[in-house]
Design a protein. Sequence first.
Length: 94
Amino acid sequence: MPRDIEYSEKYCDSKYEYRHVILPKEMVKNMPQRLLTEREWRGLGVQQSRGWTHYEIHKPEPHILLFRRPLGTDPKTGKIDPKLLKEAQAKSQQ
């Protein structure tokens, strides 16, 4: 099975950082039709830093996984770092 997984650039609003991941369409046949746990999406071959949550299913295109994490999340720990949060909030207000 091909592992041509595509990753969007990150984008954000005042609360979250977002990205979407595009899986090969043939992978959807074996996926549960619900939000995936981190263990499940990593098991599909999705690779990204810590703190991301699969938060929504776009039914017309179930091969596109929508992820988000709170602004200020430390990508190494997956936890919010107050310093990173302050920097992200300042950046989002520019």
